[in-house]
Design a protein around this ligand. Structure first.
Ligand code: TXE
Length: 500
């Protein structure tokens, strides 16, 4: 942690291969959530910075990146993965300082996953195929073209993990990129820009800093931007969609969730309790996939509740750098206030706190950080605001159900539909629920077990589109068809007016 009064680092936009002064001399401070002290400043962000970034990305696209051989791009992504892996510890420390998350989590999840994203899409590109449809005397083949400059707008909860999740397929498919990391967590994106400066031609990766309402909004609207991949809140996603619509930009929106964890009496209850606690509280509950509603079959409510409470109480909050720490700080004072306003509302809505929900006393220098004890609440009506709205913090509610039909009704009874996790030993039930749950992803007897080849995304208000594996490659490219009619010996030429 930086001692009080130490000079702030200045993080600048990365444009055309170099860190550049912003157009306006207006700055925001970036705080270290674990202690509340500022450690850096970033530009507030302006339309001028965004214009420059997008125009540079357009130039780099036209000057050749869009026409490089796929094998060459795959090699560059592999180089980026190796360079990032070699500096994993530095990136993990930066991520932990910037987000308040445990260093152990950054070391074990965020940074290895960022490396895997780059490596995975290098491989996916090498093995990519496009279809060819043949009929008598006619050949239709599909080619994929890059879109041009694309915008990647990312949140503060998994900063490098989510940026590289979008960046790798975007570059793989031959697009150039303008990234806007969250104003709360600009650290690792800035480190990545420095790293990519050694690997990519200037302009292929551009990065602007700043607020959503300045830099983010201008980026979505910029005329050179052909697609927007956004991860963030549902309300912001709706605004991004409105801004992108008039120019028919391609859109991928990964938004919020209020995900259910369903625990049936036939499950291994110890494993289910461990899984439910991990799903609810990893990263302080600040992951769109977090299981913030725990639905449990009434016949096992009592022992399951006890197992849950014991596990939640055993979670250790503390210095993010301490390897024994399970939970770090929330991202900001404002965010903690918002989460606490939900805790107050939970009491009004009839919730009973089984554990947590207070501000823990922390020793110096952590006393000024944004700490909150993980909270488990029961007794909330299923339709209450706390049981249906995304809180995005260390808060989970517990709800009993009588049978599978009621479990399904409760699980589907919110406007979100990102993911669900089902704990049961009954294979028929697992398949039935996998089919009927309104969610983009269903896990059975696990949570957040990812295979990067699989589609990722939500239904209902959790988003639009899918990323992952070939879905990412499709999003970041335009499929085009070429139809060739030819005379093949005695085979009659196909009649163009009659579809095959
Ligand atoms: O996210 P925002 P915030 C949810 C969660 C959280 C709430 C708000 O419920 O409490 O969203 O968080 C940029 N045009 N999630 O305010 O505002 C912004 O600068 C273009 C769920 O941090 O959605 C940042 O880079 N861009 C989520 C990014 O959008 C705009 C993760 C996300 O910010 C913009 C984070 C605009 N008008 C929060 N306004 C998840 N799905 O994982 C903001 N931005």
């Amino acid at each position: 942690m930086k001692p009080a009064g130490a000079a702030l680092q200045t993080l600048r936009p990365f444009l055309d291969g170099v860190f550049t002064d912003p157009a306006r001399d207006e700055w925001l401070q970036v705080q270290e959530p674990a202690c509340g002290r500022p450690w850096a400043r970033i530009p507030r962000g302006s339309e001028e910075d965004v214009r420059r970034a997008a125009a540079g990305a357009r130039r780099a696209f036209e000057e050749g990146w869009g026409r490089t051989a796929p094998g060459e791009r795959a090699d560059l992504l592999d180089q980026a993965a190796a360079a990032l892996e070699a500096r994993s510890e530095e990136f993990a420390r930066c991520e932990s300082r910037d987000t308040g998350k445990p260093l152990r989590l950054a070391r074990e999840l965020d940074i290895p996953r960022a490396v895997a994203n780059l490596r995975f899409f290098a491989g996916a590109l090498r093995h990519d195929e496009t279809p060819c449809h043949e009929s008598a005397g006619v050949l239709n083949y599909t080619s994929r073209r890059p879109l041009g400059p694309v915008a990647l707008i990312t949140p503060w909860n998994l900063p490098l993990y989510l940026l590289t999740w979008k960046l790798a397929p975007a570059l793989a498919m031959g697009n150039t990129v303008v990234a806007k990391p969250s104003e709360w967590t600009p650290g690792t994106a800035t480190l990545l820009a420095g790293l990519l400066a050694e690997i990519l031609p200037p302009g292929v990766f551009q990065m602007v800093h700043g607020l959503g309402e300045t830099a983010g909004r201008a980026l979505v609207r910029d005329p050179d931007i052909r697609a927007v991949s956004f991860t963030g809140g549902t309300a912001t996603g709706a605004e991004v969609a409105r801004s992108a619509a008039p120019a028919f930009k391609k859109l991928s929106l990964e938004l919020g969730g209020k995900n259910p964890t369903l625990v049936f009496a036939d499950a291994d209850l110890e494993e289910a309790a461990a899984g439910a606690v991990r799903a609810a509280f990893t990263n302080q509950g600040q992951i769109c996939l977090c299981g913030s509603r725990i639905l449990v079959e009434a016949s096992v409510l009592k022992p399951f509740r006890e197992a849950l409470v014991e596990r939640v109480r055993a979670l250790r909050l503390g210095d993010p750098a301490d390897p024994a720490t399970d939970l770090g700080a929330l991202i900001s004072a404002e965010h903690r206030d918002r989460v606490e306003s939900y805790l107050a509302l939970a009491r009004e809505e009839g919730g009973r706190f089984l554990t947590g929900g207070g501000r823990p006393p922390m020793p110096e220098p952590l006393a000024g950080g944004y700490w909150l004890e993980p909270a488990l609440v029961e007794g909330l009506p299923a339709a209450s605001r706390c049981a249906t709205e995304e809180i995005f913090g260390p808060v989970a509610s517990l709800h009993p159900f009588r049978d599978e039909a009621e479990a399904l009704r409760l699980a589907n009874g919110v406007r979100y539909g990102l993911c669900a996790s089902v704990w049961t030993r009954d294979l028929d039930r697992a398949h039935r629920l996998g089919h009927d749950l309104e969610a983009g992803m269903v896990w059975v007897n696990t949570w957040l077990l990812r295979d990067l080849r699989t589609p990722f995304g939500g239904v209902k208000d959790s988003g639009l589109g899918r990323e992952g594996g070939r879905w990412s490659l499709e999003f970041f490219s335009e499929a085009r068809n070429l139809c060739i009619r030819y005379c093949a010996g005695d085979v009659p030429a196909a009649q163009p007016s009659r579809p095959t």
